[in-house]
Unconditional design. Structure first.
Length: 185
């Protein structure tokens, strides 16, 4: 899953880098030559729509989403494991819902031949198809993680459920920061 996450992060990074270059060129053209590429804002919207699910993959796999640890730290181990299982299942359910919504949207776009209301009049099936791929990648990751959590719960491996699906402890974060500091020194 880490390789899967890294590939999604690389694709997202390349996409955002290309977008930054296009925005820089647009800015220079406007400032010095009084000319606009027209449609850079359209590209930005597509990049965000396609990139967001890729970021969801990275966040889910790396367990880096925001959590409120105050209560989680005080819970008994079994309750922590149960909460982590519920969290993984809820994320998978959300991913499936978003994928179904995306499929419906793309299907309607194809049915009606919708185009963007911009100067480029882009057929929306193109960017929405890429968005669909991104959502499918997120759903695959979320369902795999939920499957892993269910497997650990079925085996009654609460230690692994807490370790693999729980938020980092303060000690874990401190170790990571110290090792990062050591690597930079």
């Amino acid at each position: 899953m880490k390789t899967y996450s890294r590939l999604c992060a690389i694709v997202f990074g390349l996409m955002m880098t290309a977008l930054c270059v296009v925005i820089a060129v647009e800015t220079i053209l406007r400032k010095f030559f009084g000319h606009s590429l027209a449609g850079v804002d359209e590209l930005s919207g597509y990049a965000i729509a396609i990139g967001a699910p890729l970021c969801f993959v990275v966040t889910a796999v790396e367990q880096s989403h925001i959590r409120i640890n105050l209560l989680h730290m005080q819970m008994p181990r079994g309750l922590k494991a149960a909460m982590n299982l519920i969290s993984a299942l809820a994320l998978a359910a959300l991913a499936i819902y978003l994928l179904v919504f995306t499929i419906r949207t793309v299907t309607e776009t194809r049915l009606f031949g919708s185009v963007a209301q911009t100067p480029w009049m882009t057929p929306l099936i193109w960017p929405q198809s890429a968005w669909l791929v991104g959502m499918a990648l997120f759903t695959i990751a979320a369902v795999c993680l939920a499957g892993r959590a269910l497997w650990l719960a079925f085996r009654r491996d609460t230690d692994a459920l807490v370790r693999e699906f729980g938020p980092e402890t303060v000690e874990d974060e401190l170790k990571a920061e110290l090792s990062d500091l050591e690597a930079r020194a």
